[in-house]
Ligand binder design. Structure first.
Ligand code: ADP
Ligand code: ADP
Ligand code: MG
Length: 642
């Protein structure tokens, strides 16, 4: 076993790797950017080395600085986590050339799986079923269109260098092919510097089922499947293991195919083979096809750990340090069921925009495994993935594990930023999901209902008003203080309500013209006669009401309000933290309402910002390439009467 390793990552995955290393008696070195000086992974590691500025290209993507840090601290090996340099074969070669061990597969195995077309060709040679389609060299549009016709519509155009759902287009009819091809190639060229595409049969009602593999460079075993069908825009939201409805025959067929795939490229370490499954007629041993391989530890690996009892990071460290595979296939069994939910700082009603903020209050449920890179008081910065935590639960049955996930999410408390927690809770209550009827279109089909169900409930809003008025503080007996008027207006950023204290432990809160009767005794609350399961917490960012349909109210800051009123109509503000991709106007230019002013990139997506009204640009306050916070002024129009 190694004495010391360096972790070339940040956030929850760096903390996760440190946990296991510590348990095995391995010393750890963290690396950090300017934005992460006080981050949790830095505090947890035995040593930490500063490697540069906050932008990933200036720090976590700087292979040379990371290798230097490993050599300087005497680390013997580098764990890449996921993302950043984890699937970069040039980095693997540089690590090896420096005399260090890369905790992961060889550069050649990563290269073999790096491009989707080459990977599919390799897999079909190894006897692994691949999605029917065209993955040849000829990129002539007429040829590709002919191939699409041969495959049969609907088809999916995919960038061969693709990832994160970019450069992917669904084409339902032949007459739409040419323009879809053009836009997929354009997006692929910009995002990956490689316009090449492949054409695939589009699977109807698909499920995403992937198999965890583990190799020693020659032999491989599999650790069963995970179902990641709950996706929004090709991004995973909730994952589970095993897959609902899986049969022993299909599991065996998928496991064998995954092991063949790993052994075909001499795979070493943890990897995932992603399959697309046609679930329209139930799960069948001949109804799955290879999609791609992720040559790293996967975000959702904890659900596999929960059902197998294996610590995958321990296996990674043992195999990389020269030990044989820790188990034979026949030693591995499935025990129970597990779920993982990805808790993000994001604004769900605004279209899942990534958010930032200081975590004024943070508490996880002690009934779940919570993997996190942040603590109370830490900041979700605009520089990195806005994940706050992964919440993982296990149960003897699927229903028990899902019930525990719902309960753990209801008990989780995050204040200081908006999150997707209520959306996740709504998902755990979704009838189809509960019944195990999952497919990759489930979230999109029921999006409106899921978002509506995750909106704050009137009861939570009334309790938040009680909290802001200071009545939830148990030291204020029964809410009766002599110096407060019995009837007053309580205002916060974005709203106000009328509060009338009726007596000890009783008040009426009028919100949007609707009166709600609130009664309390200790920390038990009744709203209009119904016992509320919400919890009220005051913190330095305001007041939060936790439980399903949570809500946060920040106290009014009179200065802020004036600033807003003065500049509001003329200013275009950044709706989220992100990178300014391009600016399309200059000072002095006349614009019409709806004209595109700038494009912002955040979380792998581009968002166009348009003019709210006709006018003349007075000032451009941001430049392409600039990283901006939510609320940053970008474009100012001249005052209308000026
Ligand atoms: P997985 O395929 O492991 O389930 P996702 O598909 O959700 O992971 O994520 C895809 C990619 O997004 C990751 O491989 C990584 O490149 C990037 N990513 C996700 N989270 C982070 C993070 N916290 N830091 C850096 N990159 C990340
Ligand atoms: P990425 O590299 O962007 O992760 P993938 O090839 O893994 O791209 O596909 C991402 C997602 O797109 C899958 O999880 C699935 O939801 C959907 N998808 C991919 N291929 C197909 C297909 N042939 N038919 C239907 N859906 C597909
Ligand atoms: Mg994928």
């Amino acid at each position: 076993m190694f004495q010391k390793i360096l972790i070339a990552n940040r956030g929850e995955i760096a903390c996760r790797v440190i946990d296991t290393a510590r348990r095995l008696g391995v010393r750890t070195v963290a690396v950090f950017s300017d934005a992460d000086r006080a981050a949790r992974h830095v505090a947890l590691a035995d040593e930490a080395v500063h490697i540069g500025g906050p932008a990933p290209k200036d720090s976590y993507l700087r292979g040379d600085a990371i290798i230097r840090a490993a050599l300087d601290t005497g680390a013997q090996a580098i764990h890449p986590g996921y993302g950043f340099l984890s699937e970069n074969p040039d980095f693997v070669e540089a690590v090896t050339a420096a005399g260090l061990v890369f905790i992961g597969p060889s550069a050649s195995a990563i290269r073999a799986m790096g491009l989707k077309d080459a990977a599919k060709a390799l897999m079909s040679q190894a006897g692994v079923p691949v999605v029917p389609g065209y993955h040849g060299e000829n990129q002539d549009p007429a040829h590709l269109e002919e191939q699409a016709g041969r495959i049969g519509y609907p088809v999916l155009i995919k960038a061969v260098a693709g990832g994160g759902g970019k450069g992917m287009r669904l084409v339902e009819r032949p007459q739409d092919f040419a323009s879809a091809l053009q836009s997929a190639q354009g997006e692929a060229a910009t995002a990956f510097g490689n316009p090449a595409v492949l054409i695939e049969k589009y699977i109807q009602r698909p499920r995403h089922i992937e198999v965890q593999v583990f190799g020693d460079g020659t032999r491989a075993v599999h650790l069963f499947e995970r179902d990641c069908s709950l996706q929004r825009r090709h991004q995973k939201v909730i994952e589970e293991a095993p897959a609902p409805g899986m049969t022993p025959e299909m599991r065996q067929a998928m496991g064998n195919a995954a092991v063949r795939a790993a052994e075909a490229i001499g795979y070493a370490g943890a990897g995932t083979i992603e399959f697309i499954v046609d679930a329209s007629g139930g799960l069948r041993p001949d109804g799955f096809w290879f999609m791609e391989m992720n040559t790293r530890l996967q975000v959702e690996h904890p659900v596999t750990e929960a059902i197998t009892g294996v610590d995958l990071v321990e296996w990674q460290l043992r195999v990389a340090s020269g030990e044989p595979l820790p188990a034979r296939q026949e030693d591995l069994t499935i025990h129970g069921h597990a779920f993982e939910a990805r808790l993000y700082a994001e604004d769900v009603p605004a279209g899942f925009l990534p958010a930032t903020g200081r975590l004024a209050h943070l508490r996880f449920a002690d009934t779940a495994r919570n993997e996190t890179g942040v603590r109370q008081g830490d900041t979700i910065s605009p520089w990195y993935d806005p994940m706050i935590a992964k919440v993982i639960t296990w149960g003897k049955t699927r229903a028990m594990a899902l019930g525990k996930l719902e309960a753990a999410l209801v008990d989780t408390e995050v204040a200081g930023t908006v999150t997707n927690i209520d959306f996740l809770i709504a998902l755990t209550r979704h009838g189809g999901f509960r019944a195990g009827q999952v497919d990759t279109g489930l979230i999109a089909r029921d999006l409106d209902a899921l978002v509506a169900a995750s909106e704050p409930q009137p009861a939570a809003r009334a309790l938040a008003v009680i909290g802001l008025a200071g009545l939830a503080d148990p030291s204020v007996k029964g809410g009766m203080t002599l110096w407060q008027p019995l009837r007053r207006t309580i205002a916060w950023q974005g709203g106000q309500a009328v509060l009338e204290v009726l007596g000890p432990g009783a008040a009426c809160v009028t919100l949007d013209g609707q009166p709600l009767d609130v009664r309390w005794q200790g920390d038990r609350w009744w709203v209009d006669g119904a016992l509320s399961r919400h919890r009220i917490t005051a913190h330095d960012g305001g007041v939060s009401v936790f439980g399903a349909g949570s809500l946060h109210l920040a106290p009014l800051d009179p200065l802020d309000r004036q600033a807003d009123a003065g500049a509001g109509a003329a200013l275009t503000l950044s709706p989220m933290p992100g990178l300014v991709k391009s600016v399309h106007v200059a000072a002095g230019q006349a614009v019409k309402a709806g004209d595109r002013l700038a494009v912002l990139e955040a979380m792998k997506m581009e968002h166009g910002l348009t003019a709210a009204r006709d006018g003349v640009v007075a000032e451009v306050l941001a430049a392409a390439g600039q990283q901006v916070e939510a609320g940053a002024p970008l474009i100012r129009l001249e005052e209308e009467d000026a």
